[in-house]
Design a protein around this ligand. Structure first.
Ligand code: FMN
Length: 377
């Protein structure tokens, strides 16, 4: 039992809970159909974290796991797909970074291994890349940072869109999830849209579904899953952190752009600002060309996520995390995380039902909607 409701155990639901679950299933039916899953929740691909164990655990628990291919070679990706398929009979996807020099070869690996859904991330994919995935029989999911780009991607053949707000962990755009959702959800209905960034509880999932989302994508919430191979130090940093600790990286000079990354503040974050200042000083003195200075700044984070996730270096590595890190309070199994999210979603739907009962003519003034909300627990 969580939040006053039993977990969404198939077959064993109390009547009220079963009715609420039916409501939820109607709300995210499009997303469930798109992925062929019990829950319309994608496990956002996280480089080094989203490997076979976590991906299979997410799919086995009813969500849609996605392998983060990061900078993997085609051979490494093929091995990861085979290893993941050995751990789950349920569907899972692969996230490819569009600027990877071997993108087409990586797409072909996904197709050869009959991966059902390919997520093209880290930039706007070309129509040719989208067509390659579709022609090979897989569905294409693309990230859109604005409505106009979402529409363009759909015209290019994207089967679904992810909108990811700046609350998310990792590389981020400038616009918050709440604003992106209002911009895109009412205006893009021809393909399923999944909302990502800052989602840590089931109530938030329901609110985006009610705005028209087909489902959601969560990353930060799964880092401390029992099945995640992230180093215990990395997990500990997440468990200790509050929302305000997950900050976007700082750019000290507009001449030297820094792609914003949201991560937990640590000594490396502070050193990054210092390094930028030193490099820019050397550029100003004529000791470096603009290109050399830019490369030196970009090089600072090379290998930093691996150092933190795999080696557990929480001082010198990159602790990429979203603001929802404040809602990560301990290590849980992936199934427990899903049970909790679904129970919170049902609790939110129950509270809504109670509020609409209060809104009936005679009871409305006496009880008021706030009472219903408090009673939701
Ligand atoms: C440690 C970490 C690594 C990530 N790596 C990637 C990545 O390789 N590719 C990608 O498309 N998104 C990446 N993301 C973003 C997630 O896939 C997901 O969209 C995001 O975490 C959702 O927001 P949330 O963190 O608020 O749940 C990463 C996020 C984190 C926290």
């Amino acid at each position: 039992m969580k939040d006053g409701l039993p977990s969404a155990a198939p077959g064993g639901l109390e009547p009220d809970t079963a009715a609420l679950r039916a409501d939820l299933d109607r709300l995210w039916a499009r997303g469930r159909r798109f992925f062929g899953t019990e829950l319309a929740i994608m496990g956002g691909a996280m480089t080094w974290v989203s490997e076979r164990h976590l991906v299979a655990a997410i799919s086995n628990a009813g969500g849609f796991g996605v392998i983060a291919s990061g900078s993997m070679s085609p051979d490494l990706l093929a091995a990861e797909i085979v290893a993941t398929a050995a751990l789950t009979q349920f569907p899972f996807g692969v996230n490819l970074i569009t600027m990877h020099p071997q993108l087409i070869a990586l797409i072909d690996v996904c197709l050869a291994h009959r991966v059902s859904h390919v997520v093209l991330a880290g930039g706007i994919p070309t129509a040719a890349a989208i067509a390659r995935v579709r022609d090979g029989g897989a569905k294409v999911v693309c990230f859109a940072p604005a409505l106009v780009i979402a529409r363009k991607l759909v015209r290019s053949g994207a089967d679904a869109i992810v909108i990811e707000g700046s609350e998310a962990g990792g590389h981020i755009g400038p616009v918050s999830t709440a604003v992106l959702a209002q911009e895109v959800l009412p205006n893009l209905t021809d393909v399923p849209v999944f909302v990502a960034g800052g989602i840590g509880r089931g109530e938030a999932i329901v609110s985006y579904l009610e705005m028209g989302a087909a489902g959601v994508q969560l990353g930060t919430r799964f880092v401390c899953a029992h099945e995640s191979i992230a180093h215990p130090n990395f997990k500990r940093a997440f468990i200790r952190a509050a929302a305000r600790d997950a900050v976007a990286s700082v750019q000290v000079d507009p001449r030297f752009p820094v792609i914003p990354v949201r991560a937990l503040l640590n000594p490396a974050t502070q050193r990054f600002s210092q390094v930028q200042r030193e490099v820019i000083e050397r550029y100003n003195r004529g000791e470096l060309t603009q290109k050399e200075a830019q490369l030196e700044i970009e090089h600072f984070w090379a290998g930093a996520l691996r150092r933190a996730v795999i080696d557990g270096d929480t001082e010198g590595g990159s602790l990429m995390a979203g603001q929802s890190v404040g809602m990560v309070t301990g290590e849980q199994t992936t199934r427990q995380i899903f049970d909790e999210l679904v129970a919170q979603a049902l609790s939110s739907l129950a509270a809504r039902r109670r509020r609409s009962e209060f809104a009936l003519p005679t009871g409305a003034a006496a009880s008021g909607p706030a009472g219903g909300q408090d009673a939701a627990g």
